[in-house]
Design a protein around this ligand. Structure first.
Ligand code: ADP
Length: 430
């Protein structure tokens, strides 16, 4: 699934990049076309403009043709070989005349150019610039910022003056840099990839849950009930046969197995229920914690388990069935997920702002904060090389959550890797 996800993301990125490069080359081609078209229209407009200027009587000036191939103007003589060249020379000297006598009307050229452009479907308004030999602007039709503009090729005018005319257009949006296209494409790509990864993760989770759930609680019943029943029978036989000195220990083991069997039954039952029903009853909290803790002290001799109850607390209204199981699960986890040679678990029972507070602290391996929400799901176990060897079904915390919800309470976790974990459970007093 990871490979397919990777390939999809790679293909998508490749498509996006191809699209951006295609857009870029399209943009360049179109920009080039636009420049070519507007430049040739500018050339044509300047020709039309100069031809029209001949009609104004005040623009008359004298020039002559000698022997049909010498164009003579003032003290200048130029050899020409065709009527086109003659026409061209006439236009150039007319330009010099107009410019020299301050008769050049750039606005007239501008309106001719606009007409030509609109005939070709270009409605943008250009600014015309008249520039001298060293590219300084001498005249312009109106003010405009030169930012984001497209300019035509310069058209040479004048024989003596050697000026140029260029037109500047605001860049149509299509011609703007592809930078923003790129940003948008990448935002889109990022969101898409995020969604894809999220979906992959969800599918993975679902598959994992489905796989584990396929084992089913029925399978667990088989795994737990049968061995427990067998052990109970064996220890029962031993108690009958063994010497009185071993009898005490065997009786304790037998009692413990019976308790585990009860707890297993009760947990399996509870997990199958959509909602638990808690029957509140005053419990002797000291007795309750002492029983559970001494059981663990007997079974997990290497561990240190302490409990502390606030002095003024006696018989909180909790329940006889589930509460002790919650404590037992937390102690068990505190010892199980612990790399210390001497695991330590401390239990505190307090009262605060209308809640009974059960706090269980351990000095174990800790829980990564990203797993805080997930560990309460049924069958969820943290995939960690430190916990591979630990047996479990991922049901303990799911059960604790179910009980806490039934109490309408809450659970908080504080954990530091390699230092330990603190589970705080609040049970409302009423
Ligand atoms: P189980 O212990 O049977 O796997 P739980 O529901 O009790 O199931 O715990 C779920 C997971 O949470 C465990 O697999 C373990 O990785 C992690 N976990 C629970 N309690 C602790 C703890 N006190 N310290 C470190 N990890 C813990």
């Amino acid at each position: 699934m990871k490979i397919i996800g990777g390939i999809s993301i790679f293909l998508l990125t490749a498509i996006m990049l191809l699209q951006v490069s295609w857009l870029n080359s399209m943009r360049n081609t179109k920009l080039h076309e636009f420049q070519e078209k507007s430049s040739s229209l500018l050339q044509r407009s300047i020709n039309d403009f100069l031809d029209a200027e001949f009609m104004y009587p005040q623009h008359t000036f004298s020039c002559s043709m000698l022997d049909n191939h010498i164009f003579h103007w003032k003290d200048t003589s130029v050899h020409i070989s065709s009527p086109t060249e003659f026409h061209f020379m006439l236009q150039q000297v007319l330009y010099d005349h107009l410019y020299k006598n301050q008769l050049l009307n750039l606005q007239r050229l501008d309106s001719i150019y606009k007409q030509q452009l609109s005939r070709q479907g270009i409605t943008d308004t250009p600014v015309l610039y008249l520039k001298n030999e060293i590219d300084e602007t001498i005249l312009q039709t109106h003010a405009q910022s030169t930012h984001r503009t497209v300019r035509t090729n310069p058209v040479k005018v004048g024989y003596e003056y050697k000026h140029t005319i260029v037109a500047l257009f605001h860049k149509p949006p299509f011609f703007h840099d592809t930078f923003w296209h790129l940003i948008l494409e990448f935002i889109f790509l990022g969101s898409f990839t995020g969604c894809l990864l999220w979906q992959l993760q969800m599918t993975k989770n679902k598959l994992q849950t489905a796989k584990i759930q396929s084992m089913g609680i029925a399978h667990l019943e088989h795994e737990l009930r049968k061995p427990l029943a067998t052990l109970i029978n064996i220890t029962h036989d031993w108690i009958i046969q063994e010497k009185p000195s071993d009898k005490k220990i065997l009786e304790l083991i037998h009692a413990r197995l019976l308790k585990i069997s009860d707890v297993t039954e009760m947990m399996l039952f509870a997990l199958k229920q959509d909602e638990l029903k808690i029957e509140r009853t005053p419990i002797d909290i000291r007795q309750e914690l002492e029983t559970t803790v001494s059981m663990f002290r007997l079974l997990k001799k290497h561990a240190r388990i302490d409990y502390q109850i606030r002095e003024d607390i006696n018989q909180p209204l909790l329940d006889n069935v589930y509460f002790s199981c919650v404590v037992a699960n937390l102690i068990d986890n505190g010892i199980k997920y612990n790399k210390n040679p001497k695991p330590e678990v401390r239990i505190y029972f307090e009262k605060e702002a209308g809640n009974w507070i059960l706090r269980v602290e351990d000095n174990g391996i800790g829980i990564p904060s990203k797993a805080f929400n997930r560990i309460f799901r049924q069958f969820y176990r943290i995939e960690d090389k430190r916990t591979y060897s630990k047996t479990g079904f991922g049901l303990g915390l799911a059960f604790i959550k179910k009980v806490t919800d039934a109490y309408k309470g809450s659970i908080t976790i504080k954990s530091i890797q390699e230092q330990g974990t603190v589970f705080t459970i609040k049970f409302p007093c009423i």
